[in-house]
Design a protein around this ligand. Structure first.
Ligand SMILES: [Zn+2]
Length: 143
């Protein structure tokens, strides 16, 4: 028998340092897809245990967890994040309309560009420009 999956919500004391972590905090809520509000989101973080790392991207597992969040917490939209050896669910509540249909986006900061520049062997400025161009193309595609 596999270990059962368990879900535990982080309190503010536990969530604070995690949200402040650059790697974890990079993907963050940017706008409500219902009302368009861009600030004032309440974050809720949950640690999921009992899911092996190899299964964390498994559709079936993620759908099961999504279903649970829908039923148990009335949270419609969740983001899955692996961080270190742990597995988390990240969700945001819009303070404007109460929806959890909040879009997340990656915040590009200099650390990320520096890391990308190292990988590509280009300068940080070139990398930044390249990433922004790709990003803009993707943005237009998804609109
Ligand atoms: Zn909203």
């Amino acid at each position: 028998m596999a270990k059962p999956i368990s879900i535990r919500e982080f309190d503010a004391h536990e969530a604070g340092p995690l949200l402040a972590d650059k790697r974890f905090g990079r993907l963050k809520p940017v706008s409500c897809t219902r009302c368009g509000k861009e600030t004032g989101f309440t974050r809720r973080l949950f640690e999921i245990t009992g899911v092996p790392k190899s299964k964390q991207r498994d559709d079936e597992i993620q759908n099961l967890i999504r279903f649970h969040f829908n039923q148990q917490y009335s949270i419609e939209f969740v983001f899955f994040k692996g961080h270190g050896r742990k597995f988390f669910v990240d969700s945001a509540l819009c303070s404007g309309c109460g929806s959890t249909a909040v879009a997340y986006d990656i915040e590009f900061d200099d650390d990320l560009f520096a890391a990308a520049a190292k990988l590509t062997g280009k300068s940080q400025a070139e990398t930044k420009k390249g990433v922004e161009e790709i990003y803009e193309k993707l943005r237009q595609k998804s609109l």
